[in-house]
Design a protein around this ligand. Structure first.
Ligand code: BEZ
Length: 181
């Protein structure tokens, strides 16, 4: 997770397009053995307890590769960044240390930290038909804004990184067919 100077963080969701943390480096990265899925309920950011939205988590899947970004956090910022993320991700996410491939000019494997929501957390929603997930996203909003905005910004950020994620892009197309809130 750390070397003598830094902490690597793997972002696969909002951390890609809204880091809101200090970082020394941002590079495209991939995590092998995981796929990104809108399986986590959001009652504190993109929904409310009576009407949860849906946000992404990483789901283990042996053959999958999840594209995202890696942030290198300078040692002086590590404690504050971890505190910020622990608070931001408190709705069912826990820390996970994993190996990621950092791309760019000098591709390499690094040990990185991320946050994932596991099926045993209270906000877990799990799989559902695409149409049902899209309907839920189109109809949800929370303190951080519309759930639709989270999806659209994630999809735009993945396109910018040239990451193909059929689950995200299919949901984006489905949600576009729903009236805005
Ligand atoms: C995310 O990509 O959504 C994320 C990853 C690690 C910490 C916080 C958010």
């Amino acid at each position: 997770m750390t070397d003598q100077t830094s902490l690597w963080l793997f972002g696969y969701g909002s951390l890609i397009w809204r880091p809101a943390i200090p970082y020394a480096e941002r590079l495209p990265a991939r995590a092998t053995g995981y796929e990104r899925r809108f399986y986590q309920g959001s009652t504190d950011h993109r929904g409310v307890p009576e009407a949860p939205g849906r946000v992404v988590t990483l789901v283990p899947s042996a053959a999958a590769v999840c594209g995202g970004v890696a942030y290198r956090v300078a040692p002086a910022d590590v404690a504050a960044v971890l505190h910020t993320l622990d608070v931001r991700e408190q709705g069912g996410y826990t820390r996970l240390e994993l190996s990621v491939q950092v791309l760019g000019d000098a591709p390499r494997e690094v040990s990185a930290l991320t946050y994932v929501a596991a099926p045993d957390n209270p906000n877990w929603l799990g799989p559902a038909p695409v149409a049902a997930i899209a309907r839920q996203i189109a109809g949800s909003r929370g303190p951080s804004g519309k759930n639709r905005e989270y999806l659209v910004r994630l999809a735009a950020a993945l396109r910018e990184l040239a990451v193909d994620d059929p689950h995200v892009f299919e949901l984006e197309r489905e949600v576009a067919g729903h009236e805005d809130l």
